[in-house]
Structures are given as C-alpha cells and as structure tokens.
Design a protein around this ligand. Sequence first.
Ligand code: BG6
Length: 348
Amino acid sequence: KEIHEQPDAVSRVVGRFVDRGARTLAVQDPLSFDFADLSRMTVSACGTAYLAGLIGKYWFERYARLPVDIDVASEFRYREMPLSANDAAFFISQSGETADTLASLRYCRKAGMKIGAVVNVRESTMARESDVVLPTLAGPEIGVASTKAFTCQLSVLASLAVRAGVARGVISKEQEKTLVRALSEAPRYANQVLKLEEQIERIARELSRYSDVLYLGRDTNFPLAMEGALKLKEISYIHAEGYAAGELKHGPIALIDENMPVIVIAPHDRIFEKTVSNMQEVAARGGKIILITDAEGVQTVGHNVAETIVIPHAASFVAPILAAIPVQLLAYHTAVAMGTDVDQPRNL
Ligand code: BG6
C-alpha cells in the first residue's frame, strides 16, 4: 500500500517545493541561512534515510557545487570531525526520533551550526529542535522498512539541491527550469513504474530461491543499490549487498557464479557504458543479471541479461526516485513469496 502511495506522495512534495506552472522553485519558507554562505554541508541519518542523504550528496555537489560530508549517525556522533559554526547540518529521518540521528543533531547544535531537519513526522523531536524543517509529506508510514518516506526524502533533497544551486549562482534560470520540469514529471513516471508490478512479482518468485543477491549501480544508483540490498535483507532475510559497480573487480567479483543473481540499476546516463562493461564481467562468470534500465538502456545493452525491468526514460536527475520503486517491489514480492512479515521484520 505504501509503495503504491508514492506517486501521490511525491506529487505532494513537488507541489510544495516547486511552482509547476512557472517551472521554478516555489516561494519557500525562509531558511535561517543562505546556501551561498556555506562552505560545506554536513548530513547525518540512519538506514534508508542515510541512503537518501547519500543520493542527496551527489545532487548538492553536482548542481550546487556544495561539498557534503555524510555519515551514518552512529558514526558521526562519535568520530569527532571538525565542524564549523558557519556551516549547516541536515538530519534526515522519517520518524524524527531515531536516537543516533537526534544525538548527532544535538552535537551539531552544540557546535553552533545551523540545523535543518528533513522529517516526515512534523511534531517530532528533531523537527522541534531544528532551525529549518523540511517536511517530507509522505503521510504516516506504518511498514518498518521505509518506502514512500524514502522517495519523499529524495524529492525534498532534490528540490533543496536545486534551490542551493540557484542561491549559489551555479544553476542558470534555464537549468532551473529543466530540473524543475524533471521533478514535476516524476509522479507521472512513478505511476507508470507501478504498472511493472506483475513482471517484478514473477522475477521476485525466482529470486526467493537464492540465498545471496548482489546489487550494483554507479553514481546516484550506487546508494540505490545499497538501498535495494537493505530492503531485500531486512524484509526477506536473504543476504544481499549493494556495491558501486566499479568496485566489482575489487572483491565481489570473486562471488559471482550461477548461484548469485546480480541486480544492476542502470537507467541510461552518461556513464551507462561503464556499467554495461561491469555486466559483461558478471555474464562472463555465469552470473544471472536482472537489469533495471529504461528504453534507451535496453537498446544499448546486449543479450546476456536474464531479465530487464524497463522504467520510463526520465532525466537522470530524478531517475533514482523512479528506480527506487522496482527495487522496493522486488524486495516486497520476494518477502511475500518467502512468507516473511513484510511490515514488521523480525528484530527490527
Ligand atoms: C530503521 C528502519 O530501523 O530505521 C529504516 O528499518 C529506517 O527503514 C531507519 O530508515 C531510520 O529511521 P528514521 O525514522 O530515522 O528514518
């Protein structure tokens, strides 16, 4: 149910942060700082929220030229990194209550930083203790394994990265329009992705027979590969790992054989060919490839792929918001096929 709510939820976020008609960012609540004044940004979160932040890092650095330090909160709060009171720290959390993330927020507050919270629960402690609250508007999320909160976090971070890019003079009016258009189209495309569910269910039934799965991706699809692995392991209890595709040769390739399905997340983008060469390395070792790509990707990729899940060809800026959905559906249907409790995984 929550996976299916994503087109509406993402649409709410886009409606909040974007002026769809003018194709610009919407008039915003004032921030308590100017992105132009920051020399870097610190981000801290746990679990799926951390992986949303990792995708956000690519966006902030690419579209706003703003360096981002990001850590899982349980590391950040103890690792004594140098912090500057002139910079901002953002905390991402569905609940707004996760202990390590809250402790990191208080740690940055003590260091005098400006504090922003990307939270789903607006009455949460993190929201109360922040200077700026960016609501993810996903509605109540009951499933423990985050789904719609993740794509809403991504939508907020994408909007914020564009805003930072404009504030820092990195993005022209034309580029702002292009990026905003891409964001505005995301809900419609997300709806189309959901129509792939029957195919994904069939693939998931097959996946449920394996005990290890590897996820690969490059660029923003690398954190998404980790999110895919996290989703699969937490709800189906199948061991899974997410890797940067370029790291395949530095270790995980040793694991590849016909018993290791490899899920490659690769909508067509400027480094698609690089990922294709990683797929060839997998195929040469008998690995079974499940490729999540778009129509352009299908045209470029050769055979050697066992299954192809074709999502709409969107701008690569918003592609992770769309590719997240097949990744979630794969984990969901695998868990259903295995009979595990999808909403309340053991031990979580
Ligand atoms: C984990 C959940 O326990 O907590 C994840 O399984 C979630 O889905 C993580 O991302 C962090 O929670 P929150 O509320 O801080 O986003």
